[in-house]
Design a protein around this ligand. Structure first.
Ligand SMILES: Nc1nc2c(c(=O)[nH]1)N[C@H]1C(S)=C(S)[C@@H](COP(=O)(O)OP(=O)(O)OC[C@H]3O[C@@H](n4cnc5c(=O)[nH]c(N)nc54)[C@H](O)[C@@H]3O)O[C@H]1N2
Ligand SMILES: Nc1nc2c(c(=O)[nH]1)N[C@H]1C(S)=C(S)[C@@H](COP(=O)(O)OP(=O)(O)OC[C@H]3O[C@@H](n4cnc5c(=O)[nH]c(N)nc54)[C@H](O)[C@@H]3O)O[C@H]1N2
Ligand SMILES: [Mo]
Length: 760
């Protein structure tokens, strides 16, 4: 068995600490993106790719899900988009010789950063039972092995089919169809660990689990609250939108335990004024909230709005909402001391924000992982909805909910049916279109899949992209669970840890990425994606694929489906794999909002999916109205001598893909094993700046989970909290520590204590 790997190399772990920056982007960002692109792709490929990112007729940036403006700037990408492209379009290759040279055990001792640097995967590889090395295998043999293992299962629910959010609509639709024809709803996805809490809260309250604003709304808003999000690093193109909103007169408030450079000031690299000079100040009011204090903050705002003369939009509430009285009774009784303790904010600041709200006609709340990865995330987001409903800030221009999605097609994958708890109407439509009875019982989400593997209930694990063992919590538990499987299969572009922690047998199936040309017998194919604001558009790569014979994700699904379901299965899998138009024709008949898909997606810029609350203030909820909810006030409790740890992203990573070892805006370079703590907390806990410590998490199961060797960095984080990077710290997050209702791991709330450094 491979030993527990360091997620980062000790040699690369001598982080240096400078002052955090006060502004994002500018010339340094341009220089950084070109440097990385050149290293990975060379000058010609750099030009050929970066000129096509997010352009009409080009490919969708594999970075984030932020939408494209109607008229994209000629450089509609950002530093981190360029890194994502370079990571995929690299000219480095992993061949069979690489796998012959390096055993799986050896590779399992390498960091994720090193693995990613080795280049693109080029041919299917099998790790046979008891083998020490991966060896090449043909596609047909690979599909035959998967078919054999699936057939050996006592029930189709003994398999789980994971999806990471880069998968195209066409691949996702075919994939879920295959899983359901096989007979299971075990379709966990990265969303389970990401915006599931947003989906849960929004479906219940507004009837649609997606954001209700478009870019135009942002430009028209009076007030934009950005809570629990670091767009300077994770959605850099959002800064251009915020800059434009700001120039049109919007006020921007950020709510975050950390002062994030990107929200303070933005030097837009697409304009001369952003390259020289001081840039645009973005944040007008910064609320440095304690971790997990947002429910209390929004409760307090709601209390103040309810108390203000004319604070509530009575007509909207009467006509469109349900449950106002119960909500109002609860919110009115909010206890101020509790709010102060939970938020750590001065009351005057909360009042100041309430005044801004009461002055504003059009308010938008944007959020990401800072709100979704807590135990009480669903009630928190429900309270955000209460806040917007109170003043009619849903379904009118310049106002609404804006959960900012992560992976570039994570929202589209869900629309296509990648969901372990599909709606009955969706299954009915599948049944009608494809003439089979889809399973109705709910399947496993990501956390439940790990439990099922651990307990031997899932024996075959198949991943459409992603890096499951590194992205999920409780690394040791998850890795042990993975090793319980009979077969693990990873459809991937790049090598990662999930290829090295495997079942008894394992397959690596290399696939095309966004930037690659996809040519079939029917000619050049494009795929489609849906962005964070419900816009669907096409994406077509132009680069020569990394090796001949690499299959697209659609082709992999279709050939697998044929191998497993047999020649008699009536779905035309061969046609699907050859012409993606034929998949889109089916999507058009199954998924609401996609009528005439093939025609409309060919229009420049694509098309917008319908959204009842946004378009016509119709709310497809259980009550037929927008639902106010009553949310008991709660905040994380942290025993004395402990801190609450949030696990977040550095500027040089894409989830588990590490691009480099710097976190430029936070002033950290050359290493990732750092823990950011407030100097006052550090003093109380006896943590010396620059010293090394082990992080040990505490959970009711009594297991002491340990992440060794982190350098203490004094940083202006809100009191009582600490921050360190994911995925190095995933080992600390207990599998059972998840959000109520959404079951999302509490990646932003782990109780930790500090122990003397035990080295790596
Ligand atoms: N370059 C790059 N881009 C990415 C990604 C990447 O890794 N790299 N990942 C993609 C994905 S999948 C996603 S989901 C998004 C993630 O985008 P983000 O959600 O911005 O990512 P995180 O780094 O997790 O940052 C969380 C932010 O929330 C704050 N926060 C933490 N806890 C709380 C809290 O309790 N309250 C409040 N108010 N704030 C809090 C943190 O200080 C931090 O600023 O980005 C996507 N885009
Ligand atoms: N502690 C902690 N854990 C977290 C989070 C956190 O904030 N803290 N965030 C969570 C969130 S928001 C998310 S979304 C998940 C992310 O979880 P995942 O989506 O599973 O992880 P990624 O690191 O994005 O996956 C990277 C891998 O995807 C493969 N890949 C890249 N592009 C393609 C493609 O086009 N096709 C295919 N087939 N494969 C491709 C490459 O092999 C690459 O190694 O992690 C979650 N885990
Ligand atoms: Mo995400």
């Amino acid at each position: 068995m491979a030993k527990q790997a360091p997620q980062s190399d000790p040699a690369q772990d001598a982080p240096k600490v400078g002052a955090p920056q006060r502004a994002a982007a500018g010339l340094t960002a341009v220089r950084q993106s070109l440097k990385l692109a050149h290293e990975q792709m060379g000058p010609a490929r750099t030009l050929a790719t970066l000129a096509k990112v997010n352009q009409q007729g080009g490919f969708d940036c594999p970075g984030c899900a932020w939408p494209e403006p109607d008229k994209p700037h000629t450089a509609e990408f950002c530093e981190n988009g360029a890194k994502a492209v370079a990571e995929e379009a690299t000219e480095r290759r992993i061949t069979r010789a690489f796998f012959a040279e390096h055993s799986v055990a050896e590779l399992a001792g390498r960091s994720g950063y090193w693995l990613g640097q080795q280049g693109r995967l080029t041919e299917p590889m099998l790790l046979a039972e008891d083998a020490t090395h991966y060896a090449p295998i043909g596609w047909d043999e690979a599909f035959a092995i998967i078919a054999e293992e699936l057939e050996a299962l006592a029930t189709p629910d003994g398999a789980a089919f994971y999806t990471s959010g880069r998968t195209s609509n066409e691949a996702a639709f075919s994939y879920q169809l295959f899983a359901r024809k096989l007979g299971t709803n075990n379709l966990p996805d990265c969303s389970n660990m990401c915006h599931e809490s947003s989906g849960s809260a929004l479906v219940e309250t507004l009837g649609v689990g997606k954001g209700s604003v478009s870019l135009k709304d942002l430009y028209q808003a009076d007030l934009i609250i950005v809570a629990g999000q670091n767009p300077g690093t994770n959605h850099p193109r959002m800064l251009s939108a915020l800059e434009r909103a700001k120039r049109a007169g919007a006020t921007i408030v950020s709510v975050n335990p950390l002062p994030e450079a990107g929200l303070e000031r933005f030097k837009n690299p697409q304009h001369a004024r952003g390259l020289v000079g001081g840039g645009t100040k973005l944040t007008d009011l910064f609320l440095q909230i304690r971790l997990g204090g947002d429910l209390a903050l929004f409760r307090a705002l709601n209390q103040l709005i309810l108390a203000a003369d004319g604070g509530v939009d009575r007509d909207f509430v009467a006509e469109h909402c349900h449950g106002f009285d119960e909500f109002a009774a609860e919110a009115t009784s909010t206890d101020r001391q509790q709010v102060l303790a939970a938020t750590g904010l001065p009351w005057e600041q909360i009042e100041q924000l309430a005044e801004l709200v009461l002055k504003s006609k059009k308010v938008i709340v944007c959020w990401a992982m800072g709100l979704t990865q807590h135990r009480h995330s669903v009630p928190t987001i429900r309270e955000v909805v209460n806040f917007l409903l109170l003043r009619g800030n849903v379904g009118r221009p310049g106002a609404g909910v804006c959960p900012v999605r992560g992976h570039s097609n994570v929202q589209g994958d869900r629309t296509m049916g990648i969901f372990e708890r599909p709606a009955a109407a969706f299954l009915d439509a599948l049944e009608r279109e494809f003439g089979f009875e889809p399973p109705r019982e709910h399947g496993f989400d990501a956390v439940e899949s790990i439990r099922a593997m651990r307990d031997g209930r899932v024996k075959v694990f198949f991943a459409m992209g992603g890096n499951f063992v590194a992205a999920t919590p409780d690394t040791e538990v998850t890795e042990a669970a993975m090793r319980q499987c009979r077969l693990t299969v990873q459809v991937s572009t790049k090598l990662n840890r999930s290829h090295l922690v495997t079942g008894r047998r394992a397959l690596i199936l290399p696939t095309l990425g966004r930037t690659d040309r996809d040519h079939t017998e029917a000619g050049g194919q494009f795929v489609t994606v849906e962005d964070s604001m419900g816009m669907v558009h096409s994406s077509q790569g132009r680069l020569r694929p990394p090796a001949p014979g690499i299959l697209s994700e659609v082709a992999i699904v279709c050939r697998l489906a044929r191998a497993v379901l047999g020649p008699a299965d009536p779905t035309p899998w061969e046609e699907f794999a050859t012409s993606y138009d034929t998949v889109r024709d089916r999507i058009a008949r199954v998924v609401p909002g996609f009528a005439d898909f093939n025609t409309r997606v060919r229009a420049p810029g694509g098309f917008a999916l319908p959204h009842g609350p946004r378009d016509s203030r119709t709310f497809p909820t259980a009550t037929g109205k927008a639902n106010f909810t009553v949310n008991t006030m709660t905040a994380p409790e942290v025993p004395a001598g402990r801190l609450l740890l949030q696990t977040l992203r550095s500027h040089d990573q894409y989830n588990t893909t590490i691009y480099g070892l710097d976190d430029r805006y936070r002033g950290i370079t050359g290493g990732r094993r750092v823990v950011l703590v407030n100097p006052l907390d550090a003093a109380e806990l006896g943590l010396t700046e620059g010293g090394y410590v082990d992080l040990v998490s505490e959970w009711r199961d009594g297991v002491a989970r340990r992440a060794p060797h982190f350098k203490v960095v004094h940083y202006p984080v809100a009191r009582g909290g600490a921050a360190a990077y994911y995925p190095e710290t995933n080992v600390l997050i207990p599998l059972d520590s998840t959000a109520e209702i959404s079951n999302t791991p509490t990646s932003k709330a782990v109780v930790i204590r500090f122990q003397p450094d035990s080295g790596v």
